[in-house]
Ligand binder design. Sequence first.
Ligand code: TYD
Ligand code: MG
Length: 463
Amino acid sequence: MSKKLKNIYICDSCGHQEMKWIGRCPACHEWGTLQEILNDTADELNSLSSYQLPQILNQVKVDNSFRLTTGGKELDRLLGGGIVSGSVLLLVGDPGIGKSTLSLIIAGNVAKTTGTVLYVSGEESAEQTKIRADRIGEFSDSLYVIAENNLELIDKHIASLQPKLVIVDSIQSVFMNSLRATPGSPSQIKECTLFLIKIAKQQNIPIILIGQVTKESQLAGPRVLEHLVDTVLYLEGNRSQSLRVGRAVKNRFGSTNEIALFEMTDHGFEEVGNPSEYLLENRSQATSGSVIVATARGSRPIFTEIQALVTEAPEGIPPRQIAIGIDRNRLLLVTAVLQRWVGERLGNKNIFVSTAGGIESDDPALDLGIAAAILSSTRGYIFNPKVFFLGEIALSGEVRLTPDFNRLLIEGKKLGFEDCVVSKRILSKFQNDIDLTLYGIEHIRNLIGIMPIITNKDQEVNG
Ligand code: TYD
Ligand code: MG
């Protein structure tokens, strides 16, 4: 190597740079996080920016052909309309969640519709990839696979194939010979990512990097990786169930509020076109503690079940509040409001609240549903399955209207709901021409009065 290598030290945790190694990062105060990095790749990356003149914003031309469709409507929507050319996408998820399967499906679709795709398999042999492909279906001859870990060689293959898309499975499994760091080490991973970003930007080829996670479900290797790439997609779900949730946690070319649902089948992934229908179909038999809530996720409303279980905390053991899929702070707020304004005795209770199907949301619009689920558990009410809850709760106990009520109510009706418990303000704001029975409540105290009306038993008596 004739190049002079200037070494710097970068903190794995926060990305802070130092010229010499020190034991503790002065920026984030973590110990032992500084890693030696060879500086030349970073320099080359900086030299990529070319001299340009400022343009009048109004006159900047937008080329819409720069997005590559993944072949899946939901996935394209999640990405903001497809994969942007020259962009680098990091797909992260637990082992066995389906990262390789999903990216092979994308590779197959792009090969079919657009042109050459190179699938670099650093973890499995070409035969193993073929066996996986056989489960999924038929592929076009434009899809190439190579089992290779050496990034310098991979670079050569990209140069000769000139693919429309490259997939690297996984970023932790590739290395560069020119680096002194051991393969799989944080500095190798970071340098390899920078090298691939350079290829993507210079040759205008989008690259999907697959990222492994550690036991704590954190991206393995330097956390700065998420800052380097354009888009970070998390694939989540319970491995014992077939539902998978794709979530954009970073997207330079779209919203990060979107989610997409997939079902893992015997032959790959199927997109769930209507998540609410899917989630409600799998709803548990109406029991106490179960309610339906509505939330607006990006361009699409989601209706899902929330379950609460309230139990006596054993003597001498501090009570616990466990939130799965919802924000714990919101659970604490709702619990406090119920204690203060409804007089519910929750101080010595264990409270568990979870959403169904692995859906995650910190939307305040769930507050009213969380409160109803807790009261349903403590008081034994079983709600009518055709009712849903929508509303934010203030510390004063006031029930507030949430911004997206209009489309959530309309969607609720479409999904077959008949009743909605919501802020009283709705009555003056919403022209109810969709025949939904609205129970407007002003204060959380009023929920107690409504509960007997919307129970299953009551429904049977009237119906
Ligand atoms: P995989 O894509 O290998 O996960 P990752 O790359 O995230 O580690 O998926 C592994 C699991 O998916 C494995 O248990 C088999 C299952 N699977 C399906 O259910 N259907 C399929 O069509 C394929 C190819 C795999
Ligand atoms: Mg894999």
